[in-house]
Design a protein around this ligand. Sequence first.
Ligand code: FAD
Length: 315
Amino acid sequence: MSPVIVVADLVDGTVGKPALELLTLARRIGEPVAVVFGEGADTAVGRLGEHGATRVLAVTDPAVTDYLVAPKAEALAQIAAALDPAAVLITSSAEGKEVAARLAVKLGSGLITDAVDVAADASTTQTVFAGSFSVHASVTHGVPVITVKPNAVTPEPAPASPTVETFAVTVSESARGARIVSVEPKRASGRPELAEAAVVVSGGRGTGGNFEEVEQLADSLGAAVGASRAAVDSGWYPHSYQVGQTGKTVSPQLYIAAGISGAIQHRAGMQTSKAIVAVNKDVEAPIFALADLGVVGDLHTVLPAVAAEVARLRS
Ligand code: FAD
């Protein structure tokens, strides 16, 4: 079986769920080879192996890890030249997509971004135009370089026993144009990352500016918090939590929209959620046309009641 390169992003030194999802997809195509940038491969190797990585390549050269994006693309091009892979899979983050684009240019390959599924022949499915169309596409030239949205699949274990191999790379001077001068960890909210969360609870203008009930329900479910643009533009929640066309795209197992009308621009960022629950006091709200379960009611009553019930069931 041909190798499939998987860029395994670490979050706070541990393997993130998106990396496990990529490994699950990579196994359909061939033998996953995980690439880990920076320190951490030694602690990550066990978890990567549990999910089918047959090899773990560590790229620890500061000429790569101290710089933004470009050296990673060069490193991956050198790994691809050494392995002749059937595909390269990268998570659809902002950085992932930039690395993928640069890599595709270096390899003279076709690039597919934001896939929500990848088949055994490396053909992909994307959802476009606010989720109203599915596109099936294949790379026709070179090694397929594919970025995959988080939550595309459920990670499935398939134990393998990889060892960590350090992969030495040569980084050009021109790739070292933007050096990272400092890194400040984001203040931990204790909640999962919005784009990767399995459950998201979002609040809109209907919250009236009080996100406490949204946060309480999110915490009872172990969910991330999202917000509509109306809410973030009003200064009620940080812009980085905006879901939608001009915010983050999420595709969780469960999306709860509270006090959100369901404008097309909001739907563009959450329409591919597996199950959608809407809480809105207006029975005519467009969000109900999209929802799997609609609750007509005041979110200030409904959300605390649901949070209390979840807490009761979990106790
Ligand atoms: P509203 O549309 O005002 O809806 C509030 C809802 O809350 C109503 O349905 C109301 O019935 C309900 N409600 C009120 N009180 C309660 C209560 N107590 N309990 C329960 N329900 C209650 N929007 C995004 O979200 N994300 C984007 O990325 C985005 N990008 C955009 C890009 C462009 C170019 C443009 C033009 C717009 C964009 N928008 C985006 C804005 C979008 O068009 C809507 O204006 C916005 O989504 C509305 O947010 P909302 O649903 O919170 O507010």
